[in-house]
Design a protein around this ligand. Structure first.
Ligand code: PEP
Ligand code: MG
Length: 931
């Protein structure tokens, strides 16, 4: 049996096999086989990478090296050049490429095959010394920093020194002599640092480069990226390595290099979008070394090539049915395509292109929905800068990734991370960003660079993350050692707040006010498609008419949870609530409740009006009532303070007499003043230090102490309150039913759903149900109409899960309160876990996620499945939903779809995400498995 094939020429690799060839490699194979102008090359498989990493030995395995050498021999034949040969030297690039695109995550080394001898040969061949030394210095720096572990900044500072010496502003201004000197210095520096000459054998160079790419798969930034974007082994395991014949964009003024998107990745506009740089190599564009030109200018500069690019754009899109992000090089007037991949876009571009591509017949509605990860919609639901804000623009750069963000300036990624860990909002400000800055991107609200274009590293990564970015803001002069920047004459230091607007490219000093986002028409269309597909209904958790309106705007199909206690907190209601709580007698309490009733009824009526005809689930009072009173410490402090003040004022009143006895002379001098002051104090005492005020605080303190519990969340709350203080629930039930009656009288449609919290036994439900039946009769009599309602329960304690079959005898619907159910299942306090031990649990891998954020499918989820099974045995068509925080997360939604729940309910801004996630859950139901 022959050995395993570890290397595939672009002509033979299977373009569909991204797992084996990586995304870049597979696409290079596919494009070659489509006849597109890809320079010859081959791919080293991800399996070769994994096997190298498994062995943990330096040096490539002999079998792999053998196959590489065979491929190099083929490349030599295809190109008519020789690897390491001075006559017509063959130069190659080495680039990584895993199954999933990870921009900027892995390394690229260009110009391999150059050494002192081949460089001399290439000079003879091209008669272009400048060009060859430019290639050589790049190779030495790239191989030195990536494969030999030397510091990039050291090379940069040598290079900058030479640029200064030759008075070159930019690298293109440096002449052959300067570049030759750079090569010499780079070679010396490399030798000095590594103790060995820079590798002259091209196969040594190749081996080092391939190993470096393999190793970078396990490097910090790649690991961080995979963790952040939850890239599992099933999605991408190991990186492939692409070896490709070099073509040169730095051969002179008829050469160029560029990056383009088949559509605009910021807006979705259906037009070639990109940038290019004349006389440059690809890395210059991506790294933002110089600010490139917009691709529209190429139309004037090289019209024929521009037409070819237009043709390439159409061919790529028609083939991949997806927006492509491709790299190209023009070498002496000939176009080459070096890579293509699916374009990373922000949410608004994704939405626009989805709608457009459906209209153009490129993709189906279902495909259009599946292109957009639900969480990405989050980007559209954030505030944008208030256009009416009276602010002055400090500087303007390129609008590289839309959205606005304010934060404290930081000048390096580590500082961004450490300040963000302290809870600060930061903007990462850099001359240009590099892949090592990735942790700074995660930490920052937005990114501002002084160099680089819309396809620079900063722009691409920020767009992928949906974070605002302004790039190429050349008005900023950054001094990162002094941690300061001068922008249009204003010096700003680390910690100073700025605002960036990635939609316009504007930069502002300070924090600029923002306004709520508007829904774009395209999103409405897309979400309508989603609603037609998803089985799950999407409701909102909203408690006041304002938030209910917002929920409606976001497309909520009803209200899944209205927490009635939130209505008690308004300034004009809280004193009545406190009165109700402090009441000693039931009658007194009823009187206070009587005054609260109209407030609740009006709120419910308003909500029914906004949600006319849709389900509205109202939860009866849940939290322990002491939450409406100040804490014992607060009260104690106030009482002490007031008593002290009172004593001081009383002491002041006695002062004149005492003074008269002890020092009549002083008394005489100040008597009039003292009298006036004391008069003022007496008034103050009567007004603010009244005894009854202090006494009322003491009564409140007594009540607070009486109500105090060691474990309030497991104590006197929810239905337990409703049973011990029936008048509270009675008032709420009456408010709901009277509001419904009035709404129906006004011609509206509503069947309010009354939901009881914290239930663990059927007897509790029966108890509350009796009030409902009684009050309903009363309301129907009063209004002389039928007032329908549904009666149901939250399931948020473990016993309720176990007794779901019995609860379903009375409950017409169930809503899982997974906040409490998670607390109950883990026995983790909701209040304490997240800032005490959960971060460590997550970091140490004891728990993968925070279960209060991400539904714990294996534990809580299993309880939910049991509950549903038992509940539907009793009531087969029972309506079942979720209203805990996790209910708005796509993964939870997938699970809820899988276990055949009826709806999910989440906060209003998550409603659009949940609508799309519900459609995804349906479209991808066959792929779901619980393991
Ligand atoms: C829950 O417990 O999941 C719930 C929605 O109720 P609350 O968060 O108000 O306790
Ligand atoms: Mg709860």
């Amino acid at each position: 049996m022959g050995s395993k094939q570890l290397v595939y020429a672009f002509e033979e690799g299977d373009g569909k096999d991204k797992k084996l060839l990586g995304g870049k490699g597979a696409n290079l194979c596919e494009m070659t086989q489509m006849g597109l102008p890809v320079p010859p090359g081959y791919v080293i498989t991800t399996e070769a990478c994994l096997s190298y990493l498994d062995e943990k030995k330096e040096g490539l395995q002999p079998e792999l090296m053998k196959q590489i050498k065979n491929e190099m021999a083929d490349l030599e034949k295809k190109t008519g050049k020789g690897f390491g040969k001075a006559e017509k030297p063959l130069l190659v690039s080495v680039r990584s490429g895993a199954a999933m695109s990870m921009p900027g995550m892995m390394d690229t080394i260009l110009n391999l095959g150059l050494n002192d001898e081949t460089a001399a040969g290439l000079i003879r061949q091209t008669k272009n010394e400048r060009f060859v030394y430019d290639l050589y210095r790049r190779l030495v720096q790239l191989l030195g920093s990536i494969a030999l572990g030397l510091d990039n900044e050291d090379y940069d500072s040598i290079f900058n020194g030479i640029k200064t010496k030759y008075k070159a502003q930019q690298d293109v201004d440096l002449n052959a002599e300067g570049l030759k000197e750079t090569c010499e210095k780079f070679l010396d520096f490399t030798e000095k640092k590594t103790g060995k000459p820079f590798p002259q054998d091209p196969y040594d160079q190749l081996e080092l480069a391939v190993e470096a790419v393999f190793k970078s798969w396990g490097g910090k930034r790649a690991v961080d990226y995979r963790r952040e974007f939850k890239i599992t082994k099933e999605m991408a395991n190991g990186t492939a390595v692409n070896i490709c014949t070099m073509v040169f964009g730095n051969m002179g003024d008829d050469s160029a290099t560029g990056v383009a998107f088949t559509r605009n990745p910021g807006t979705g506009e259906n037009r070639l979008f990109g940038e290019y740089m004349v006389n440059a190599q690809g890395e210059d564009v991506v790294a933002g070394i110089r600010t490139p030109l917009p691709i529209t200018e190429l139309r004037q500069e090289m019209p024929v090539i521009y037409d070819e690019l237009e043709e390439l754009r159409l061919t790529l899109e028609n083939h991949y049915n997806e927006v492509q992000d491709f790299e190209f090089t023009i070498e002496n007037g000939k176009l080459h395509c070096l890579q293509t991949r699916n374009g990373k876009m922000n949410a608004s571009a994704l939405i626009k292109t989805s709608i457009d591509m459906v209209n153009e017949g490129l993709i189906s509605e279902k495909e259009a929905l599946l292109r957009i990860q639900p969480d990405m919609l989050d980007q559209l639901l954030h505030p944008r800068l208030d256009p009416d804000a009276d602010v002055e623009v400090l500087a303007q750069g390129l609008p590289a990734s839309p959205g606005a963000a304010s934060g404290k300036m930081v000048f390096d990624a580590d500082r961004a991370q450490s300040r963000a860990n302290l809870g600060e909002k930061v903007i990462l400000v850099r001359e240009e960003t590099k892949p090592d800055d990735i942790h700074g991107f995660f930490a920052a609200q937005g990114i501002l660079t002084s160099r680089g274009g819309k396809t620079s590293h900063a722009a691409v990564v920020a767009r992928g993350m949906g974070k605002p970015c302004v790039s190429g803001c050349e008005a900023i002069v950054i001094d990162d050692t002094a941690k300061e920047a001068v922008i249009s004459g204003v010096t700003l230091k680390e910690g100073d707040v700025i605002t960036i607007d990635g939609t316009t490219g504007n930069v502002y000093k300070g924090s600029v006010p923002t306004i709520e986002p508007e829904f774009v028409e395209d999103l409405l269309v897309l979400l309508e498609w989603a609603d037609n597909i998803g089985d799950l209904k999407v409701m909102a958790n909203a408690d006041t008419p304002d938030t209910v309106s917002q929920a409606k705007k976001y497309g909520a199909m009803g209200i899944g949870l209205c927490r009635t206690e939130r209505m008690f907190n308004d300034a004009d209601r809280l004193p009545i609530v406190q009165e109700m709580i402090l009441a000693e007698e039931r009658k007194e309490r009823e009187e206070a409740l009587e005054r609260l009733l109209p407030y609740q009824r009006e709120d419910f009526k308003e909500i029914f009006k906004i949600m006319d005809g849709c389900p509205v689930t109202i939860r009866l009072l849940d939290p322990p009532i002491h939450e409406f009173l100040p804490s014992a410490e607060e009260l104690l402090h106030e009482i002490e303070h007031l008593t002290e003040l009172r004593k001081t004022v009383d002491g002041m009143a006695e002062l004149p007499d005492t003074l008269k006895i002890l020092d009549p002379e002083i008394h005489k001098r100040f008597a009039a003043n003292l009298e006036a002051i004391n008069q003022g104090f007496e008034e103050f005492k009567d007004k603010h230090l009244d005894k009854t005020l202090i006494e009322s605080k003491e009564v409140m303190l007594k009540k607070v102490r009486m109500l105090s519990e060691t474990n309030p969340m497991l104590g006197h709350r929810g239905v337990r309150l409703g049973i011990t203080y029936p008048e509270i629930y009675a008032m709420q039930i009456r408010a709901v039913l009277e509001a419904a009656a009035e709404h129906i009288e006004d011609g509206g449609k509503i069947v309010p759903e009354i939901m009881v919290p914290q239930v663990c036994t059927l007897e509790e439900l029966k108890w509350v149900h009796r009030y409902v039946v009684e009050i309903q009769k009363d309301v129907e009599k009063k209004f002389k109409i039928n007032v329908p309602y549904e009666f149901g329960t939250m399931v948020e304690v473990v016993r309720a899960c176990m007794r779901a079959g019995r609860l379903a005898e009375l409950a017409e619907f169930i809503s899982f309160g997974t906040n409490d159910l998670t607390q109950a299942t883990f026995s983790f306090s909701r209040e304490d876990a997240e800032n005490k031990f959960l971060p460590l649990y997550n970091e140490a891998g004891i728990l993968q996620d925070n279960p209060f954020e991400v539904l714990d499918l294996k534990g809580v989820g299993r309880l939910m499945r049991i509950t549903i099974r038992w509940a539907r045995k009793t009531r087969p068509d029972m309506k079942i939903g979720i209203c805990g925080e996790q209910g708005g997360h796509p993964e939870a939604i997938r699970f809820c779809h899988h276990i055949k729940m009826s709806y999910v309910s989440c906060s209003p801004p998550r409603v659009p995400i949940a609508r799309l996630a519900a459609a995804h859950a349906k479209l991808k139901e066959a792929e779901f498995s619980l393991n």
